[in-house]
Design a protein around this ligand. Structure first.
Ligand code: AMP
Length: 533
């Protein structure tokens, strides 16, 4: 017997955006321009302008399924494009301006982007891309445009609002390419259904708990995995949205957090390490009384960062995810029954990557393909499935990442405890295997960063004749602080076996970052391994 419900009601982004237009049209949208000036508008106005923008794109020939690229910061125009492109039936393809020109040229061609919308501060990046877009649209304050380009505002001004067509929930809404740590970047294609369900679950109290009363500041770029879905979650809930533009230095972020009474923010740990240093240096400068949650993810969150923010009364919640998982897969929250643990143990629990959010399932398999027990000891490669997890890549590349029985192989090596909370020991290729035993570089990094003089630390494997591999730690010291390699090894000594300690501790000025702000271990490997060889 079938249910008799409206099962053909389509879970498309149209439902979210039309809801925002009708029910939370007055919700503020604040956008900081690259020059630091701030613009204020509303959800209703953005949704209305998105209709005219879509007419303008249609007049340029954009049709169902066509890819429209964006090269923009977190700014109002990007939000309007997040609404307009998928709702007209086309596909928004966000380009990461920090990728190399070679990668950007490859990605634009692979996605077959037709039109691109670019902020004038990024025109130089656009010019480095070796690909012929049919049309360039520029968001410009100055009014000076590259030859043949159309100005964004004039495109909108000349157009009538579009009535959104019916959208099948399985239709593609957005595209984003993986960061390509191995091989060429691969295209992930998000369906409307995936993004709607992701936004819904993201907002649940036991996930990240977002409501209409929140003020969200995405300190994660909107070109990285749907801006972690925060723009769509704001549309769904009616929360106020604060878009910080390109400047994510600590003072700019802290000024906005205070000035706009932000309650929820999210980003990669590296941004927040510098924010913590700024708050530590001037604890009374900013009033962060409104800020209820800081959601960190994209890379491991050291215990020291959780404890550091806690000292200022700020709660860090770690999430784990990938481009292929839209991005949120797991969230790390302390179960009620563990609230009696001492603070250090609580921080350690929260530094785990956490439990799958509703509708997501995880498992892990060892080298022989056997499922690992959830005993928090055995390590295995994490596999994941759920309604917002990729089932394939664009053009069928990377087919080996998908199992025959419908799971996605993440490449992350994890342990899982009896509560279903996982902790990452490493990316499969980042583990250090010394004398046949694994050393977790993440654990070493965490412990190094818990030392008062250490601002940042990244551990890589270096080849070793006797042991196969040994760990090498690259360390950035805090301004004005000193520590010797011996002292750091001594500090590590309490939590690690002697054979796990890195012989080489190299002091560096900065740890190279990937285009999404994570530690770029490949660059360290190049510097310390390949050059030495
Ligand atoms: P990307 O697709 O660029 O977002 O990268 C996804 C990868 O980032 C994951 O497979 C993990 O290796 C890493 N990652 C994401 N979130 C976390 C986290 N909370 N802790 C540790 N690693 C993470």
């Amino acid at each position: 017997m079938n249910g008799l419900m409206m099962d053909d009601f389509q879970l498309s982004l149209k439902v979210l955006v039309e809801r925002a237009e009708r029910l939370s049209s007055a919700s503020p949208v604040v956008s900081r321009r690259p020059d630091g000036s701030v613009r204020r508008t509303t959800m209703g106005e953005c949704a209305g302008r998105a209709r005219r923008l879509a007419s303008g794109l249609a007049a340029l020939g954009i049709e169902d399924g066509d890819r429209v690229a964006t090269l923009l910061w977190n700014q109002t125009e990007h939000l309007e494009l997040y609404f307009a492109i998928p709702l007209m039936g086309a596909v928004i393809h966000t380009l990461n301006p920090r990728l190399s020109a070679d990668d950007l040229s490859y990605i634009a061609a692979d996605a077959e982007d037709r039109v691109i919308v670019v902020d004038e501060s990024l025109v130089q990046v656009l010019e480095s891309i070796d690909y012929d877009f049919e049309q360039v649209i520029v968001v410009s304050d100055s009014g000076s445009l590259p030859a043949g380009a159309i100005e964004y505002e004039s495109l909108i001004a000349d157009c009538e609002p579009l009535s959104w067509p019916a959208i099948d929930e399985r239709q593609a809404a957005a595209m984003c390419y993986t960061s390509g740590t191995t091989g060429r970047p691969k295209g992930v294609v998000y369906s409307h259904r995936a993004l709607v369900l992701h936004s819904l679950v993201f907002a649940l109290p036991d996930a990240l708990g977002i409501s209409s009363r929140d003020v969200i500041l995405p300190a994660v770029p909107m070109f990285h995995v749907n801006g972690w879905n925060l723009p769509y979650t704001a549309a769904l809930t009616g929360a106020k949205l604060v878009l910080p533009g390109p400047r994510l230095d600590p003072v700019s972020v802290l000024d906005l957090l205070e000035g706009e009474h932000v309650t929820f923010t999210a980003g990669v740990p590296t941004v927040w390490m510098s924010v913590l240093q700024a708050v530590d240096a001037e604890p009374d400068r900013w009033d962060l009384g409104s800020l209820a949650q800081v959601n960190l993810g994209g890379a491991a969150v050291p215990v020291s960062l959780i404890a550091g923010f806690e000292r200022h009364g700020l709660a860090i919640i770690q999430g784990w995810g990938m481009t292929e998982t839209s991005p949120l897969g797991t969230v790390s929250k302390l179960p009620a029954e563990l609230e009696t643990l001492d603070p250090r143990e609580q921080y350690e629990y929260r530094a785990r990557q956490g439990t799958p959010i509703p509708l997501i399932e995880i498992r892990a398999r060892d080298d022989d393909g056997a499922l690992i027990p959830w005993d928090d000891q055995t390590m295995g490669e994490l596999e994941i499935r759920g309604p917002w997890v990729a089932a394939a890549y664009h053009r069928g590349t990377g087919a080996d990442k998908f199992t025959d029985d419908g799971w996605f192989r993440t490449g992350d090596v994890v342990r899982i405890n009896e509560r279903g909370s996982m902790r990452i020991c490493d990316r499969a290729k980042d583990l250090v295997k010394s004398g046949g035993e694994w050393i977790s570089s993440v654990d070493l990094e965490n412990e190094l960063m818990a030392h008062g003089a250490v601002a940042e630390a990244a551990v890589i494997a270096i080849p070793d004749e006797r042991w196969g591999e040994r760990p090498l730690a690259a360390v950035v010291l805090r301004d004005g602080m000193q520590a010797s390699p011996e002292e750091l090894r001594e500090h590590l000594g309490s939590g690690f076996a002697k054979w796990q300690l890195p012989e080489r501790i190299e002091f560096v000025e900065a740890i190279p970052r990937t285009a999404t702000g994570k530690f770029k271990k490949t660059a360290l490997r190049e510097r310390f391994v390949e050059q030495a060889a």
